[in-house]
Write a protein that binds this ligand. Structure first.
Ligand SMILES: [Zn+2]
Length: 295
C-alpha cells in the first residue's frame, strides 16, 4: 500500500505540535463524494482550517497529513465528555462520485450551478421519462429545472423545479430508475479503498502496539461516548455488504500476514518518516521484507 507523506504544514493541528499516545484508530468517510486524497489534503492545508485527520485514503493509496503521533481534530467530543482526538489516529476514506446518490441532497437552480453524479442521473432519468433536460452534463441548469418542473406537473408533485425528498422518491420508484443507488457502481472503488484502509490500520496497529479491536468507526466512537454524533462509516459499508467487524478481521489478518515494516522499524530503530519513505518506494514492500527477514 502506497503512503505519500505530504504534511499540511499550514494546518493548526500540524503547527500546534500537540501529540498523543495512540491507543486506537478511528475510521471516517468524507461524505463529500468525488474528491480524492490529494485534493482533499490541499483543502485542509490552510491556517483557517479547524479540522484535520492523519491521512486520507483512496483507491490509489494514502496521503499522510500529520505525523502519526500529532493530535488531529477529527471527531469532536462525545457524551462522556472525552474525545478520541486525544487518543486515536484518524483516517478519512474518500468517497467516489456515485455516492452522491445516497445523500439525496436537494437539487435546485442556483449560482454557481449544483453539479455531481446525482445531477447526471437525474438528467438521465428525466430523459428516460420523456422530459428533456438537455445533455446529461452533470450541471443543474435552467433546462434541467424546466424538465424537472414538467416531470413534477405530470406526476402530481409540487412543480417547483427543485428535486427534494418527494421528487426523489417518485423518480426512484420505477424498477428501471437510473436515480437509485446501485452498489455495483462503487464496488471496484470500494474494494480498493477498503483494502488500503485496512492495510494502513494494520501498519499503525503494528507500529504502536494497538490491538485490531481498537480500530473503530466514527459512529462506534459516538456509541462509546468519545466522538460526536456522526454515522460514518455506517452509512456506506453496509451498502457494500461489509461491517466494521469484517474490517477489523481484515486488519487482524493483515497484521498477522505482514508485520515487516514494524519489525524493520524496531530492529533498526528507524524513524516513522523513514519507514513511510520505504513503503512509498516502488519496491519498498519487498525491501522491507528482505530487511525484516535478513539473517
Ligand atoms: Zn467522521
Amino acid at each position: 500500500m502506497n503512503i505519500r507523506v505530504d504534511y499540511v504544514t499550514n494546518n493548526p493541528c500540524y503547527q500546534s505540535g500537540r501529540t498523543i499516545t495512540p491507543a486506537g484508530v478511528m475510521v471516517h468517510s468524507t461524505a463529500t463524494p468525488g474528491i480524492m486524497a490529494k485534493p482533499f489534503r490541499d483543502r485542509w492545508d490552510k491556517t483557517e482550517t479547524q479540522v484535520c485527520v492523519h491521512a486520507f485514503v483512496d483507491d490509489a493509496g494514502a496521503v499522510q497529513l500529520l505525523p502519526w503521533k500529532h493530535r488531529a481534530w477529527h471527531c469532536g467530543t462525545g457524551t462522556s465528555g472525552k474525545s478520541a482526538n486525544n487518543t486515536h489516529i484518524s483516517m478519512e476514506l474518500c468517497e467516489p462520485d456515485p455516492l452522491w446518490l445516497i445523500y439525496r441532497r436537494t437539487l435546485t437552480l442556483r449560482s454557481p450551478q449544483m453539479s455531481g453524479f446525482d445531477v447526471t442521473r437525474l438528467q438521465l432519468e428525466l430523459t428516460r421519462q420523456g422530459c428533456d433536460p438537455g445533455l446529461p452534463d452533470g450541471s443543474f441548469g435552467p433546462k434541467t429545472a424546466a424538465a424537472l418542473t414538467e416531470y413534477q406537473s405530470a406526476n402530481a408533485l409540487e412543480a417547483d423545479g427543485s428535486c427534494g425528498p418527494k421528487t426523489w422518491a417518485a423518480l426512484d420508484a420505477p424498477a428501471e430508475s437510473l436515480t437509485r443507488f446501485d452498489p455495483a457502481l462503487t464496488a471496484d472503488y470500494f474494494g480498493k479503498v477498503y483494502d488500503n484502509a485496512a492495510a494502513l490500520c494494520a501498519m499503525l496497529c503494528t507500529l504502536y502496539g494497538i490491538p485490531a479491536g481498537e480500530v473503530i468507526s466514527h459512529a462506534e466512537g459516538y456509541a462509546l461516548g468519545i466522538a460526536s454524533n456522526h454515522g460514518d462509516v455506517g452509512h456506506w459499508f453496509p451498502l457494500q455488504g461489509v461491517t466494521m467487524d469484517d474490517f477489523r478481521r481484515l486488519v487482524r489478518k493483515k497484521m498477522e500476514e505482514s508485520d515487516f515494516a514494524g519489525q524493520v522499524q524496531k530492529r533498526f530503530g528507524l524513524a516513522e518518516e523513514t519507514i513511510n519513505y520505504l513503503r512509498a518506494y516502488e519496491y519498498g514492500d519487498a525491501l522491507l521484507e528482505k530487511l525484516a527477514t535478513a539473517e
